[in-house]
Design a protein around this ligand. Structure first.
Ligand code: FAD
Length: 256
Protein backbone atom coordinates (compact mmCIF):
# COMPACT_ATOMS: atom_id res chain seq x y z
CA UNK A 1 0.00 0.00 0.00
CA UNK A 2 1.59 3.35 -0.99
CA UNK A 3 2.67 5.36 2.02
CA UNK A 4 2.44 2.37 4.35
CA UNK A 5 6.18 2.43 5.08
CA UNK A 6 8.28 5.33 6.27
CA UNK A 7 11.64 3.69 5.55
CA UNK A 8 12.72 1.09 2.99
CA UNK A 9 16.03 -0.70 3.52
CA UNK A 10 17.47 -2.43 0.44
CA UNK A 11 19.28 -5.66 1.28
CA UNK A 12 18.67 -7.90 4.27
CA UNK A 13 22.27 -8.62 5.19
CA UNK A 14 23.07 -8.16 8.86
CA UNK A 15 23.96 -4.49 8.30
CA UNK A 16 20.68 -3.74 6.53
CA UNK A 17 18.76 -5.58 9.23
CA UNK A 18 20.63 -3.75 11.99
CA UNK A 19 19.85 -0.42 10.34
CA UNK A 20 16.19 -1.45 9.98
CA UNK A 21 16.02 -2.41 13.67
CA UNK A 22 17.31 0.98 14.80
CA UNK A 23 14.89 2.79 12.48
CA UNK A 24 11.98 0.67 13.73
CA UNK A 25 12.97 1.24 17.36
CA UNK A 26 12.98 4.96 16.59
CA UNK A 27 9.33 4.61 15.69
CA UNK A 28 9.41 4.33 11.88
CA UNK A 29 7.44 1.73 9.95
CA UNK A 30 10.20 -0.17 8.13
CA UNK A 31 10.33 -2.66 5.27
CA UNK A 32 13.48 -4.51 4.18
CA UNK A 33 13.65 -5.73 0.57
CA UNK A 34 15.90 -8.69 -0.17
CA UNK A 35 16.53 -10.13 -3.63
CA UNK A 36 17.65 -13.59 -2.44
CA UNK A 37 15.20 -16.26 -1.35
CA UNK A 38 16.12 -15.77 2.29
CA UNK A 39 17.45 -12.93 4.43
CA UNK A 40 20.91 -12.81 6.03
CA UNK A 41 23.22 -11.90 3.14
CA UNK A 42 26.70 -13.22 3.91
CA UNK A 43 25.48 -14.55 7.25
CA UNK A 44 23.27 -17.30 5.82
CA UNK A 45 23.61 -20.89 7.02
CA UNK A 46 22.25 -23.57 4.75
CA UNK A 47 21.94 -27.35 4.69
CA UNK A 48 24.70 -28.15 2.19
CA UNK A 49 26.82 -31.03 3.50
CA UNK A 50 24.20 -33.52 4.68
CA UNK A 51 20.61 -33.56 5.90
CA UNK A 52 20.37 -32.03 9.36
CA UNK A 53 23.76 -30.28 9.17
CA UNK A 54 23.95 -26.55 8.62
CA UNK A 55 26.97 -24.89 6.98
CA UNK A 56 27.86 -21.22 7.22
CA UNK A 57 27.99 -20.46 3.52
CA UNK A 58 30.07 -17.26 3.79
CA UNK A 59 31.01 -15.67 7.12
CA UNK A 60 31.56 -18.10 9.96
CA UNK A 61 33.13 -16.02 12.73
CA UNK A 62 31.48 -13.01 14.37
CA UNK A 63 34.64 -11.02 15.04
CA UNK A 64 33.19 -7.68 16.01
CA UNK A 65 30.31 -9.09 18.09
CA UNK A 66 32.01 -7.99 21.28
CA UNK A 67 33.30 -4.66 19.97
CA UNK A 68 30.08 -3.09 18.77
CA UNK A 69 27.27 -2.26 21.23
CA UNK A 70 24.63 -3.30 18.64
CA UNK A 71 23.97 -6.91 19.82
CA UNK A 72 23.34 -5.72 23.39
CA UNK A 73 21.44 -2.58 22.44
CA UNK A 74 19.13 -4.61 20.21
CA UNK A 75 18.74 -7.36 22.81
CA UNK A 76 19.76 -10.11 20.37
CA UNK A 77 20.40 -12.63 23.17
CA UNK A 78 16.70 -12.33 24.01
CA UNK A 79 16.03 -13.52 20.44
CA UNK A 80 18.28 -16.57 20.76
CA UNK A 81 21.70 -15.23 19.73
CA UNK A 82 24.32 -17.22 21.62
CA UNK A 83 28.05 -16.78 21.08
CA UNK A 84 30.80 -19.30 21.70
CA UNK A 85 34.25 -17.74 22.01
CA UNK A 86 36.95 -20.41 21.64
CA UNK A 87 40.11 -20.38 23.78
CA UNK A 88 42.71 -19.79 22.37
CA UNK A 89 41.38 -16.91 20.31
CA UNK A 90 43.19 -18.00 17.13
CA UNK A 91 45.63 -20.69 15.99
CA UNK A 92 47.90 -20.76 12.98
CA UNK A 93 49.59 -24.04 12.08
CA UNK A 94 52.80 -24.01 10.01
CA UNK A 95 54.00 -26.75 7.64
CA UNK A 96 56.86 -27.73 10.01
CA UNK A 97 54.31 -28.68 12.68
CA UNK A 98 54.75 -25.62 14.89
CA UNK A 99 51.72 -23.59 15.81
CA UNK A 100 51.26 -19.98 16.81
CA UNK A 101 48.34 -19.00 18.99
CA UNK A 102 46.69 -15.75 19.89
CA UNK A 103 45.78 -16.44 23.49
CA UNK A 104 43.34 -14.79 25.83
CA UNK A 105 45.93 -12.22 26.89
CA UNK A 106 48.78 -10.50 25.14
CA UNK A 107 51.46 -12.23 27.23
CA UNK A 108 50.18 -15.68 26.25
CA UNK A 109 50.40 -14.58 22.62
CA UNK A 110 53.87 -13.12 23.11
CA UNK A 111 55.09 -16.41 24.67
CA UNK A 112 53.80 -18.29 21.65
CA UNK A 113 55.46 -15.77 19.33
CA UNK A 114 58.79 -16.14 21.11
CA UNK A 115 59.26 -19.62 19.61
CA UNK A 116 59.68 -17.77 16.30
CA UNK A 117 61.36 -14.54 17.43
CA UNK A 118 61.72 -12.62 20.69
CA UNK A 119 61.91 -9.35 18.78
CA UNK A 120 58.59 -10.16 17.09
CA UNK A 121 56.99 -10.83 20.48
CA UNK A 122 58.15 -7.38 21.64
CA UNK A 123 56.87 -5.82 18.44
CA UNK A 124 53.46 -7.38 19.09
CA UNK A 125 53.34 -6.04 22.67
CA UNK A 126 53.95 -2.54 21.26
CA UNK A 127 51.40 -2.93 18.47
CA UNK A 128 48.76 -4.14 20.89
CA UNK A 129 49.43 -1.20 23.24
CA UNK A 130 48.87 1.06 20.25
CA UNK A 131 45.54 -0.66 19.59
CA UNK A 132 44.39 -0.30 23.21
CA UNK A 133 45.19 3.42 23.13
CA UNK A 134 43.21 3.83 19.90
CA UNK A 135 40.36 1.46 20.83
CA UNK A 136 37.86 4.03 22.15
CA UNK A 137 38.14 5.95 18.90
CA UNK A 138 38.02 2.79 16.75
CA UNK A 139 34.81 1.65 18.45
CA UNK A 140 33.30 5.14 18.26
CA UNK A 141 34.03 5.24 14.52
CA UNK A 142 32.20 1.93 14.04
CA UNK A 143 28.99 3.48 15.27
CA UNK A 144 29.12 6.98 13.86
CA UNK A 145 29.61 8.85 10.61
CA UNK A 146 33.29 8.53 9.60
CA UNK A 147 35.34 11.54 10.62
CA UNK A 148 37.02 13.55 7.84
CA UNK A 149 40.46 12.10 7.09
CA UNK A 150 41.95 15.59 7.42
CA UNK A 151 41.24 15.49 11.20
CA UNK A 152 42.85 12.13 11.54
CA UNK A 153 46.14 13.16 10.03
CA UNK A 154 46.53 16.51 11.71
CA UNK A 155 49.16 17.23 14.35
CA UNK A 156 52.26 15.53 15.63
CA UNK A 157 53.44 12.29 13.93
CA UNK A 158 50.91 12.87 11.16
CA UNK A 159 53.17 11.50 8.43
CA UNK A 160 54.02 8.37 10.43
CA UNK A 161 50.36 7.74 11.19
CA UNK A 162 49.43 8.29 7.56
CA UNK A 163 52.08 5.81 6.48
CA UNK A 164 50.99 3.24 9.06
CA UNK A 165 47.42 3.44 7.80
CA UNK A 166 48.15 3.27 4.09
CA UNK A 167 51.21 1.01 3.90
CA UNK A 168 50.83 -2.33 2.16
CA UNK A 169 50.86 -5.48 4.28
CA UNK A 170 54.04 -6.73 2.58
CA UNK A 171 56.04 -3.58 3.24
CA UNK A 172 54.76 -3.40 6.84
CA UNK A 173 55.49 -7.02 7.82
CA UNK A 174 58.96 -6.84 6.31
CA UNK A 175 59.69 -3.73 8.34
CA UNK A 176 58.05 -4.86 11.57
CA UNK A 177 58.67 -8.59 12.02
CA UNK A 178 61.83 -10.66 11.72
CA UNK A 179 60.59 -14.24 11.46
CA UNK A 180 59.07 -15.45 8.20
CA UNK A 181 56.26 -17.13 10.17
CA UNK A 182 55.08 -13.89 11.78
CA UNK A 183 55.38 -12.12 8.45
CA UNK A 184 53.16 -14.78 6.86
CA UNK A 185 50.69 -14.64 9.71
CA UNK A 186 50.26 -10.85 9.79
CA UNK A 187 50.16 -10.53 6.00
CA UNK A 188 47.44 -13.19 5.94
CA UNK A 189 45.37 -11.03 8.32
CA UNK A 190 45.11 -8.41 5.56
CA UNK A 191 43.52 -11.03 3.29
CA UNK A 192 40.47 -11.06 5.58
CA UNK A 193 39.80 -7.54 4.34
CA UNK A 194 40.24 -8.70 0.72
CA UNK A 195 43.57 -6.84 0.64
CA UNK A 196 46.36 -8.52 -1.33
CA UNK A 197 49.94 -8.18 -0.02
CA UNK A 198 50.71 -5.11 -2.11
CA UNK A 199 47.39 -3.29 -1.66
CA UNK A 200 47.33 0.02 0.20
CA UNK A 201 45.74 -0.18 3.70
CA UNK A 202 46.94 -3.77 4.22
CA UNK A 203 49.08 -2.84 7.23
CA UNK A 204 46.29 -1.06 9.01
CA UNK A 205 43.72 -3.76 8.38
CA UNK A 206 46.11 -6.57 9.41
CA UNK A 207 46.99 -4.75 12.66
CA UNK A 208 43.35 -4.03 13.43
CA UNK A 209 42.25 -7.58 12.64
CA UNK A 210 44.94 -9.26 14.76
CA UNK A 211 44.43 -6.75 17.59
CA UNK A 212 40.68 -7.28 17.64
CA UNK A 213 41.22 -11.05 17.71
CA UNK A 214 43.61 -10.54 20.64
CA UNK A 215 41.13 -8.30 22.42
CA UNK A 216 37.78 -10.05 22.04
CA UNK A 217 38.42 -13.33 20.18
CA UNK A 218 36.42 -14.59 17.25
CA UNK A 219 33.00 -15.71 18.37
CA UNK A 220 31.17 -18.55 16.69
CA UNK A 221 27.40 -18.29 16.55
CA UNK A 222 25.74 -21.28 18.18
CA UNK A 223 23.45 -23.01 15.69
CA UNK A 224 24.98 -21.22 12.69
CA UNK A 225 25.71 -17.69 11.56
CA UNK A 226 22.12 -17.36 10.36
CA UNK A 227 21.09 -16.93 13.99
CA UNK A 228 22.53 -13.39 13.86
CA UNK A 229 20.07 -12.41 11.15
CA UNK A 230 17.26 -14.44 12.68
CA UNK A 231 17.66 -12.56 15.96
CA UNK A 232 17.72 -9.24 14.05
CA UNK A 233 14.61 -10.23 12.10
CA UNK A 234 12.80 -11.11 15.34
CA UNK A 235 13.78 -7.76 16.88
CA UNK A 236 12.57 -5.99 13.75
CA UNK A 237 9.25 -7.85 13.86
CA UNK A 238 8.83 -6.88 17.53
CA UNK A 239 8.94 -3.25 16.42
CA UNK A 240 6.48 -3.68 13.58
CA UNK A 241 9.03 -3.97 10.74
CA UNK A 242 8.95 -6.52 7.95
CA UNK A 243 11.21 -8.28 5.43
CA UNK A 244 10.22 -9.20 1.89
CA UNK A 245 12.44 -11.80 0.18
CA UNK A 246 12.70 -12.51 -3.58
CA UNK A 247 12.28 -8.75 -3.92
CA UNK A 248 15.29 -7.34 -5.75
CA UNK A 249 15.37 -3.59 -6.22
CA UNK A 250 16.46 -2.12 -9.53
CA UNK A 251 17.15 1.60 -9.92
CA UNK A 252 14.97 2.34 -6.93
CA UNK A 253 11.95 0.41 -8.26
CA UNK A 254 10.85 -3.00 -6.91
CA UNK A 255 11.33 -5.81 -9.44
CA UNK A 256 8.76 -8.06 -7.93
C1 FAD B 1 33.20 -15.81 1.77
C2 FAD B 1 33.09 -14.74 2.84
C3 FAD B 1 33.49 -15.04 4.15
C4 FAD B 1 33.42 -14.05 5.14
N1 FAD B 1 33.77 -14.40 6.41
C5 FAD B 1 33.63 -13.51 7.41
C6 FAD B 1 33.83 -13.92 8.77
O1 FAD B 1 34.12 -15.08 9.05
N2 FAD B 1 33.69 -12.97 9.73
C7 FAD B 1 33.31 -11.68 9.44
O2 FAD B 1 33.20 -10.87 10.38
N3 FAD B 1 33.08 -11.29 8.17
C8 FAD B 1 33.21 -12.17 7.16
N4 FAD B 1 32.93 -11.81 5.87
C9 FAD B 1 32.50 -10.42 5.62
C10 FAD B 1 31.04 -10.24 6.06
O3 FAD B 1 30.30 -11.36 5.70
C11 FAD B 1 30.48 -9.01 5.40
O4 FAD B 1 31.29 -7.90 5.74
C12 FAD B 1 29.05 -8.74 5.88
O5 FAD B 1 28.24 -9.84 5.62
C13 FAD B 1 28.50 -7.51 5.20
O6 FAD B 1 27.17 -7.37 5.62
P1 FAD B 1 26.16 -6.48 4.81
O7 FAD B 1 24.85 -6.59 5.48
O8 FAD B 1 26.74 -5.12 4.65
O9 FAD B 1 26.14 -7.08 3.33
P2 FAD B 1 25.73 -8.53 2.83
O10 FAD B 1 25.83 -9.56 3.89
O11 FAD B 1 26.47 -8.73 1.54
O12 FAD B 1 24.18 -8.35 2.51
C14 FAD B 1 23.71 -7.56 1.43
C15 FAD B 1 22.33 -8.08 1.06
O13 FAD B 1 21.75 -7.19 0.11
C16 FAD B 1 21.10 -7.95 -0.88
N5 FAD B 1 21.00 -7.10 -2.06
C17 FAD B 1 22.01 -6.59 -2.78
N6 FAD B 1 21.54 -5.83 -3.79
C18 FAD B 1 20.19 -5.85 -3.68
C19 FAD B 1 19.13 -5.25 -4.44
N7 FAD B 1 19.37 -4.49 -5.50
N8 FAD B 1 17.85 -5.49 -4.04
C20 FAD B 1 17.59 -6.25 -2.96
N9 FAD B 1 18.56 -6.85 -2.23
C21 FAD B 1 19.83 -6.65 -2.58
C22 FAD B 1 21.97 -9.16 -1.05
O14 FAD B 1 21.27 -10.24 -1.65
C23 FAD B 1 22.37 -9.46 0.39
O15 FAD B 1 21.45 -10.31 1.04
C24 FAD B 1 32.97 -12.75 4.84
C25 FAD B 1 32.56 -12.45 3.55
C26 FAD B 1 32.61 -13.44 2.56
C27 FAD B 1 32.15 -13.11 1.16
Amino acid sequence: MPGAYQAIVIGAGHNGLTCACYLARAGLKVLVLERYETYGGMTVSEQLAAPGFLSDVHASGYLVAKLTPAPDELGLARHGLELITPDPNWAQVFPDGRAFIIGRDVEETARSMEQFSRADADAWRGLYRRYLAAKPEIVANMTSTPRPLANEFAGKDAVDRYRFQFQSARSWVEETFQSPEMRYFFASCALHGALAPDDALGSNFAWLFASAVQDVGVSIVKGGMHNVSRALAAELADHGGGIRVNAGVKSGRGEG
